[in-house]
Design a protein around this ligand. Structure first.
Ligand code: ZN
Ligand code: FE
Length: 249
């Protein structure tokens, strides 16, 4: 594999990701939850930051743009909405391509959590960075988009190859698992939830996940199966999303 990924905790429950293209040594950060933490990782690794790639404009994803750009001179690529709170050098949207050295990242429209939310897919390495769109056993809240938009976005992500390693931006998996168990009694989910609770007891991350694992156990991707009487898959998704928003687990 040509892309190396370094994952580390940031803020209370975010993950930071630094990625390095093996052929050229060029380095990017996926989002900027915490400039200090990212600079400390760069220092530890001996890596030089070239590129900042934002998934969406929320402060726990773009809040470190300014400080990191000032500290490293890195250029910033992301959706237009990032300019609401932070500097941005290049606007991208679904269908665009971003090169990190020789690694090609396809930009996927993943709107719904926010407008203009995007994911980055490295097809050659079977890796995707999905921000707050798809979580392990969960998905992002709908702050700006409609259920239809989010369902379409989740479908685009779920259509990536099953063996894709999926880096989501938060460690929400244990609470997502508690909700999932309240709407789905699939044996595969029970087994995964036990593994998730045990991993968290040991203080281990449950990110990354895979497309295969999410398709098998994520109640949002399974919404049409869990709510077969809904008017459409998007309606089924909307019902599960509303149940999660009201869940007191
Ligand atoms: Zn967010
Ligand atoms: Fe977030």
């Amino acid at each position: 594999m040509s892309l190396t990924v370094r994952q580390f905790p940031c803020l209370s429950d975010n993950y930071g990701f630094l990625v390095r293209d093996g052929a050229t040594g060029r380095v990017a950060t996926i989002d900027t939850p915490d400039a200090e933490a990212i600079l400390a990782q760069l220092d530890q690794l001996g890596w030089t930051l070239d590129l900042i790639l934002n998934t969406h404009w929320h402060p726990d994803h773009a809040g470190g743009n300014d400080a990191l750009k000032k500290a490293t001179g890195a250029t910033i690529t992301g959706p237009a909405e990032v300019t609401r709170i932070a500097p941005l050098d290049r606007v991208v949207r679904g269908g665009d391509v971003v090169m990190l050295g020789e690694t090609r990242l396809d930009v996927i429209d993943a709107g719904g959590h926010t407008l203009g939310h995007i994911a980055y897919h490295d097809a050659a390495d079977h890796i995707a960075f999905v921000g707050d769109t798809l979580f392990a056993l969960g998905c992002g809240r709908l702050f700006e988009g409609t259920p239809e938009q989010m369902w379409d976005s989740l479908t685009r992500v779920a259509d990536l190859p099953d063996d894709t390693t999926v880096y989501c931006a938060h460690e929400y998996t244990a609470s997502n698992a508690r909700f999932a168990l309240s709407v789905d009694d699939a044996p595969a989910l029970k087994a995964r939830a036990e593994a998730v609770f045990a991993a968290r007891e040991r203080g281990e991350p449950t990110v990354p996940t895979t497309i295969a694992a999410e398709k098998a156990t994520n109640p949002f991707l399974r919404a049409p199966l869990l709510r077969p009487d809904a008017a459409s898959p998007a309606h089924a998704f909307a019902e599960i999303r509303a149940a999660k928003d009201n869940f007191k687990g």
